[in-house]
Design a binder for this molecule. Sequence first.
Ligand SMILES: [Fe+2]
Length: 345
Amino acid sequence: MRMLIFIFLITLVSCQPKTSKVESSTVAPTEFRSDFVLSFGSCNNQLNPNPFWNQLKNQHPDVWIWGGDVIYSDTEDMQILKNNYAIQKQDTSYLNFVRTTTVMGTWDDHDYGVNDGGSEYGKKKESQQLFLDFLEVQPTDVRRKQEGLYYSQIFKIKEHAIKVLILDTRYFRSALTNDETGKKRYQPNAYGAGTFLGEAQWQWLQQELTHSTADYHVIMSSVQVLSSLHGFESWGNMPHELERLEQLIIDSQAKGVILLSGDRHISEISVKKIGLHQLPLPDFTSSGMTHSYTSFSGEENPYRVSKVIFEKSYGIIRFDFQKRKVRMEMWGEENKLLEKYDMSL
Ligand SMILES: [Fe+2]
């Protein structure tokens, strides 16, 4: 009888489903075919430790995209700006990471040189060269002669392609409208007043998206595109410019458009359905890396489809060309996957 009970127990145990190792992440990672891995992040104070460079290196992304606030250096003194980039370049874990991948990026306000700054900033030409020096951009590169940091790069993966488009939302951006109620920082400009990108950059963006055969188009904007009710900087400051961007995305028929943003010191994913065919347009916001909005207590965003992460984090996007799926991930300290969101695009 004892033997029978023993055999019964052994059978019972062996029939249990195999349990996988408990991961340290707050979101259980699952297998995802990663034909291409894109990483990005923003808001990196050169005087504060950034805990992520080694972790990022171990994730072997194909590209790293700076989403702005590469350093904090609000100044018109170019020597101070230069010195602050030099401080960032002393971080050996940063250097070890960027040696292993392709680096792209844009600036936001604090590396541009002025908080919430736009076209009025008097040192933008000089600041642009220092930003390009930091990224080690060649003297022959188009950005060395052009006004603004906008450019694109195509990544070819067998028969597939991903086009990354970097926007400059500072160099040409005209004045914002202060909120008169005092409840928010800005209210939207009068419809039609002002520009986010400037006409030359708009023309470039139109050409880059129209007739592009890439499978995916990733567009980096430093400030948020879709979420705007918070009243800080966003494309919602100029509703006609946001409309123009959405219409351009629809008209161009560019496949798989994914917007990236930073600036907010929180991370979240927003999705807006645009046009007659209700095309899903995601805006993946990821910031900050050395400091975050730890006192965040909530804000309205009708497009939000993820948790809001208000601890330090960066973003990863994995692309599966076979299934035409992307996985967006928010990573925190100590290899913690804080949030993930899958989309068919
Ligand atoms: Fe920032």
